[in-house]
Design a protein around this ligand. Structure first.
Ligand code: FES
Ligand code: FES
Length: 280
């Protein structure tokens, strides 16, 4: 038994073991009515309309880092301790829209609007980690969301206008990172920094759901113990889970034990010694 929590800075969700290991973050966000703005289409990590921003504790530096994730491929139970920001967390026409949403509108970067939440969330994640990107860096990250209407030029121009090297033909300019945040932390009363996840103790998670077990070790020793315990079981190791986009076999119907290795700190460090180069 166990539970996981996931927060978007304003709301805290506690997820119990009634959710099978195959439930995706996207299913949870949409079916619970938490984020109708997060879209779904290909369910294989290809189109990007489902992307949300996730702030996750980096196990090496013990600090939160923000990533763009395809919510259709992320298992819900993997979100233990994550801070998820969806398009609803950025702004709306009632309370005020976010500068990225405004810039996309100013550049006419929306037609049907189906891809727009994904485009905005991709840019939001980039600016959270790199507030002064170059135009090339913007172009590199904006290839993850497919748009069927605009031909991309207007979207790219809108997002490149946030770049440090944008010319006068792309008006708008850099913004202050604090202007990105509408969320106010309930604990501090200041804009959300996404650091709540780092407050959580890093302990092994073990959930027994109807069809399988979900385990999240925090170090190599715990992982080895689990592999030994479950060597006779049909188990699967998960990290980015992008293979789900191709094989769709993560579910309880195929595996009785799912082991999330994202928290194993040793797998996030590469040791290189001088002798590695000597014998090449
Ligand atoms: S729905 Fe297409 S990438 Fe998630
Ligand atoms: S605006 Fe229609 S898919 Fe992008």
């Amino acid at each position: 038994m166990g539970h996981i929590s996931l927060t978007d800075g304003l709301l805290l969700f506690v997820v119990d073991n009634s959710y099978p290991g195959s439930t995706s973050l996207n299913e949870f966000l949409r079916q619970k009515g938490i984020s109708p703005g997060t879209k779904v289409m290909c369910i294989e990590g290809g189109c990007g309309v489902c992307v949300v921003s996730a702030t996750i504790m980096d196990p090496v530096i013990s600090k939160p880092r923000t990533y763009t994730v395809n919510s259709c491929c992320v298992p819900l139970l993997q979100c233990d301790g994550w801070d998820i920001t969806t398009i609803e967390g950025l702004g709306n026409t009632r309370d005020g829209i976010n500068p990225i949403q405004q810039r996309l509108a100013d550049y006419n970067g929306t037609q049907c609007g189906f891809c727009s939440p994904g485009q905005v969330m991709s840019m939001y994640s980039l600016l959270k980690t790199n507030p002064q990107p170059t135009m090339e860096e913007v172009e590199q990250i904006m290839d993850d969301v497919v748009c069927r209407c605009t031909g991309y030029r207007s979207i790219l121009d809108a997002m490149k206008s946030f770049s440090a090297d944008a010319g006068p033909d792309l008006p708008g300019g850099l913004i202050d990172i604090e202007d990105l945040e509408r969320k106010i932390c309930k604990k501090t009363g200041n804009p959300c920094t996404g650091k709540c996840s780092s407050d959580q103790p890093q302990t092994m998670l073990h959930m027994v759901t109807a069809g399988s077990q979900w385990l999240k070790p925090t170090n190599k020793q715990e992982l080895c113990t689990l592999l030994n315990q479950h060597k006779a079981d049909n188990y699967r190791l998960l990290h980015g889970n992008t293979g789900f986009g191709v094989y769709k076999d993560i579910g309880d119907w195929n595996y009785s034990v799912l082991i999330d290795i994202r928290g194993v700190v040793d797998f996030n460090i590469i040791h290189v010694s001088f002798t590695d180069f000597m014998y090449k």
